[in-house]
Ligand binder design. Structure first.
Ligand SMILES: O=C(CO)[C@H](O)[C@H](O)COP(=O)(O)O
Ligand SMILES: [Fe+2]
Length: 219
């Protein structure tokens, strides 16, 4: 499987969203990662449905929507209608995770589960075959630009083993603090998708930076 890059629009210039999305269209990015924060599940508020819709209007890449919200089931249809192609709900926000995943799939989107740094991958054991993508948080969710948590490498390897042992085709996405230094090791450990916010948008040449991440070869 070739490496996929998902730049996070959270780190873009919100006053020039169309230009930022067009930049991503012309880059080698695979997805546009869209971070939705409600100020309850996480201690920060980002943006919601109308902004997702506005991004979709200009996007030529699939929208990978990361819902950092409580009771995500209430908003699945609205985010799908707004243009989400992949919808990830947080394990910690879903008492009926299996039902949430089926609801996402019934809307025609790919179903993702995001897990906080403290959440064990063992908790996904009985549902892994129903998950298209695990968004493994490598920072505590809520803010861009945070420091990468080193325990992530080991967690990726354990998740990879679980996926293979169940014969599942789940992708492993790593979200938070990804940069050119840790990316090779993340890929080596088994990551399929790398989210990068600050590293891409704070770089003087984002298109080149995306290309650089995309062309890392370790396996
Ligand atoms: O979900 C997120 C934060 O909760 C973001 O996707 C993540 O932080 C990406 O930003 P950066 O690359 O700047 O860490
Ligand atoms: Fe995210």
């Amino acid at each position: 499987m070739s490496l996929l890059i998902a730049p996070s629009i959270l780190a873009a210039d919100f006053a020039n969203l169309q230009t930022e999305v067009e930049m991503l269209n012309s880059s080698s990015a695979d997805y546009i990662h869209v971070d939705i924060m409600d100020g309850v599940f996480v201690p920060n508020i980002s943006f919601g449905i109308p902004v997702t819709q506005a991004i979709k209007k200009h996007a030529e890449k699939p929208l990978d929507v990361h819902l950092m919200i409580v009771e995500p089931d209430r908003y699945l249809e609205a985010f799908r209608d707004a243009g989400a192609d992949i919808i990830s709900v947080h394990y910690e926000a879903c008492p009926h995770l299996h039902r949430s995943l089926q609801a996402i799939k019934a809307l025609g989107a790919k179903a993702g589960v995001a897990i906080n740094p403290h959440t064990s991958i063992d908790l996904l054991k009985d549902v892994i075959q129903d998950i298209d993508l695990v968004c493994m948080m490598s920072v505590n969710p809520g803010f861009g630009g945070q420091k990468f948590i080193e325990n992530t490498y080991d967690k990726i390897a354990r998740l990879k083993d679980l996926i293979l042992s169940k014969g599942a085709s789940t992708k492993i996405e790593i979200d938070g603090g990804v940069n050119i230094q840790n990316a090779p090791k993340l890929i080596e450990a088994g990551a399929d998708v790398l989210v990068a916010g600050s590293f891409v948008f704070n770089s003087p040449q984002p298109i080149e930076t995306i290309k650089e991440l995309k062309s890392i070869k370790t396996r």
